[in-house]
Ligand binder design. Structure first.
Ligand code: MN
Length: 748
């Protein structure tokens, strides 16, 4: 049967392993039996067969058949991490989908969804590890956790790396150095965080051995030379204690293994001492077997200090106050009668398991949210509970509890060069841009996410790669304030809005000052504050802002101030106001309104619809249909006049070189302000009739109407929103028909 057929057709059960492979498998099953409570041996056998068959013919750098690697990884997972048999099965198959013709579908068919998901996770995470620049171990770990829904994915990755490090000598030197540095910077600290202390220590030693073989060999040799001495010392030291403990029926184990080589070397470096002067090369560990309790630890402590003198400063009680990762133990350093210092650690079997395999790993982070730490606390107490009362389903629960999203408040995204950035959930490319640099945020024009253009306001997802496209100018949009999640972006946008408001207020102030000057009135700041209050503004600044933005008509203020100047009192708001025609006031209103109406799409300038800035001249207020001409102003914008306007005529004569050919665009969907003057005999209901004509029959919106009725005569100036000249002409024709109206003129 071909390899493919063996894999595809669920023929694995009938596949016969040869003697060597049979022995490999038996060894694995043995390790599993020793460390894991419930094993589905059938699945394990099938996984081993698939692992062997699919990698058949492939070799590693060492020349060994490839399947040695997944087999060893599976053993590490069983021995060092020992969560469950599913993780062992997944370890055996962890390289199949990436390197062989086995597909995820095959895995799903043969081993079920769970195993397939884990293998998918391992494959993806391997890609992330390899393609990204990953300087920050902690951030990276969070990324891994958030991407790998199943914690077993990460654990298998550790085992994978450990075996790769164990066999690193077969690689070329450059590759060795690269892998070892990465392991030292990333995997070892991560393993520590996970509480996988034994894996972490071994990784550190292997890195040390690869990166600084001379120093490694030196320390290792020294340790070897001292071994006999160490064994003898521990024996002498412990004999009286052991006798005491046995008398009291204690069940215990004594360990005196030296600390790992890298930590000894680090100590020599840090303390600037030769090897010989490092006194705590090893610690004696007394592990009390089940069912001993923490009270028993204290009894052992008391026995030891009966024999040897403790150094009080070196005493640590991690039983009453466990380390954040759940580590519990009593530590004491005592002096023998020969003056030798030795550290003794006392703990129960359960505490030792946590210390070595780190079920209650360090899940808490300095910057962790409250939710995160609550989850952690729950997790730790759960681990304790399980270890206190082992249940057959404990392993399944363990895995389930890990499927929580520890960091759901954060997402991790990448810069175009692969750097990781942490952002709050809900962040957009705008946040990302500000995160990179405030200038990039201010100039952001568009964003590419995973190579595709997206709106700046689109929410980012975990793992997105974000590229911000910037312009030359500041492009900050005040509306972005609702689209950002980071403090940094929010505060900068707020600052920008304030600046903008200040500028608008300054413009408003200027408008007012000009208006006051033209109307020849003077008013103190104090008095002006009163007017601001009268119009329900908190300050003159706010009033100026509304004037500047066009929300408040400067003429209204002018009218009030003028009245105040002649009457000496400020109108209160509820006093009804009449609005007699004040030519000046109306003209000003008209001007402001015309300015407001400026729009970028109404005019064809030099034959094309362009984005050149232009505005309409106040003197003639052109509307579509009018014959118009443009003049380039000194600021570079174009001022549009009606051709017949007196000012335009003058400019045509004197500065003809500034003329630009303009015409109206075909489809203008903006409305313009037009004004008409209506003259006639006054009568009751005149205004009503006029407004009726406009709103009902012509469906025209009126902006204002100002009426002067004096000795039987009626004169009104009406400003209306129009599409263009024909609309305005229609209005004028209809108004002429209103009873009593004698004359209707375009008002300029
Ligand atoms: Mn591997």
């Amino acid at each position: 049967m071909s390899k493919a057929a063996t894999i595809k057709k669920n023929n694995l059960d009938g596949y016969e392993l040869d003697e060597t492979r049979r022995q490999d498998l038996d060894q694995l099953i043995e390790v599993c039996r020793a460390h894991i409570d419930h094993i589905d041996e059938e699945a394990l056998i099938r996984a081993f067969k698939l692992c062997y068959v699919s990698h058949e013919g492939m070799t590693r750098a060492s020349g060994e058949p490839y399947y040695f690697h997944p087999l060893e990884v599976a053993k590490i997972v069983a021995r060092e991490i020992n969560i469950d048999d599913v993780s062992v099965v997944a370890s055996l198959l962890h390289d199949t989908v990436e390197d062989t013709e086995v597909t995820l579908e095959d895995i799903k068919d043969l081993f079920g969804e769970q195993v397939a998901l884990i293998i998918d996770g391992v494959t993806k995470i391997t890609g992330v590890f390899e393609s990204r620049d990953t300087k920050q171990a902690e951030t990276f770990m969070k990324l891994l956790l958030s991407m790998a829904k199943d914690i077993r994915v990460v654990l298998i990755k550790f085992a994978d790396r450990l075996h790769n490090m164990r066999t690193i000598q077969h690689l070329k030197r450059e590759k060795r150095v690269k892998i070892a540095s990465e392991t030292k910077e990333l995997y070892a600290p991560l393993a520590h965080r996970f509480g996988l202390f034994r894996i972490k220590n071994e990784l550190e030693d292997l890195c040390f051995k690869t990166l600084d073989p001379t120093s490694y060999k030196f320390v290792a040799r020294k340790l070897r030379e001292k071994k006999e001495d160490r064994v003898r010392f521990i024996h002498e030291f412990m004999t009286p204690i052991e006798n005491e403990l046995k008398k009291l029926n204690f069940k215990f184990e004594i360990k005196g293994r030296p600390k790992h080589i890298f930590s000894i070397y680090r100590k020599m470096q840090r303390q600037q001492k030769p090897f010989e002067e490092i006194y705590d090369l090893f610690a004696i560990r007394i592990i009390l077997e089940d069912p001993h309790t923490k009270e028993d630890c204290w009894r052992v402590y008391s026995i030891i200090t009966d024999w040897y003198t403790p150094i009080p400063e070196r005493f640590r009680d991690f039983i009453s106050v466990p380390k954040a990762n759940g580590y519990q133990s009593l530590h004491t350093t005592v002096i023998t009668n020969k003056g030798r210092k030795v550290e003794v650690q006392i703990r129960t079997q359960r505490m030792n398991d946590i210390a070595e395999k780190g079920l209650a790993a360090h899940w808490k982070y300095k910057e962790g949210s409250k939710k995160g730490s609550e989850t952690l606390d729950k997790f730790v107490s759960w681990v304790r509970e399980v270890l206190d009362n082992p249940r057959p389903d404990a392993a399944t629960d363990f895995v389930k509890d890990f499927q929580l999203n520890l960091y759901k408040d954060e997402i991790y995204v990448f810069t175009p060069t692969g750097e990781i950035r942490t952002l709050p959930t809900g962040a957009t490319p705008i946040d990302f841009a500000f995160e990179i640099h405030s200038e990039i945020g201010e100039r952001a024009m568009a964003a590419k996410v995973n190579g595709k253009m997206v709106p700046l306001r689109q929410k980012l997802k975990n793992g997105d790669q974000v590229d911000i496209i910037t312009g030359n100018k500041i492009n900050l949009n005040p509306d972005w304030i609702d689209d950002v999640a980071t403090h940094k972006a929010k505060s900068r946008i707020r600052q920008f809005i304030k600046q903008k408001q200040r500028k608008v207020a300054e413009e408003g102030k200027e408008l007012w000052e000009k208006r006051a000057e033209r109307g020849k009135i003077e008013i103190s700041d104090q008095e002006l504050t009163k007017f601001a209050k009268r119009f329900k503004y908190e300050s003159t600044q706010e009033l100026f802002y509304d004037i500047g933005s066009g929300a408040f008509d400067v003429n209204e203020l002018f009218k009030e101030v003028k009245k105040f100047k002649s009457t000496g009192r400020i109108n209160s708001e509820d006093q009804q106001e009449t609005s007699p025609i004040d030519e000046e006031v109306i003209q000003e209103k008209y001007r402001n309104a015309a300015r407001e109406m400026g729009d970028g799409k109404a005019l064809i300038i030099n034959g094309e619809l362009s984005n050149v800035k232009y505005n309409y001249a106040n003197c003639c207020n052109p509307i579509p249909g009018d014959d118009v001409i443009g003049f380039i102003s000194r600021s570079g914008s174009i001022k549009i006049h009606r051709t017949l306007c007196n000012n335009a005529q003058h400019l045509l004569k004197t500065e003809s070189e500034r003329i630009v050919d303009v015409s109206w665009a075909k489809n203008i969907d903006t409305q313009f302000l037009g004004a008409v003057k209506v003259i006639g005999g006054d009568r009751v209901g005149m205004i009503n009739d006029i407004t009726d004509v406009l709103s009902k029959s012509l469906e025209t919106n009126m902006k204002s109407i100002n009426v002067n009725s004096d000795s039987g005569m009626f004169e009104g100036i009406i400003t209306v929103y129009v599409d263009g000249i024909s609309h305005l002409n229609k209005i004028m024709k209809r108004l002429e028909k209103v009873e009593g109206v004698k004359n209707v003129l375009r008002y300029e």
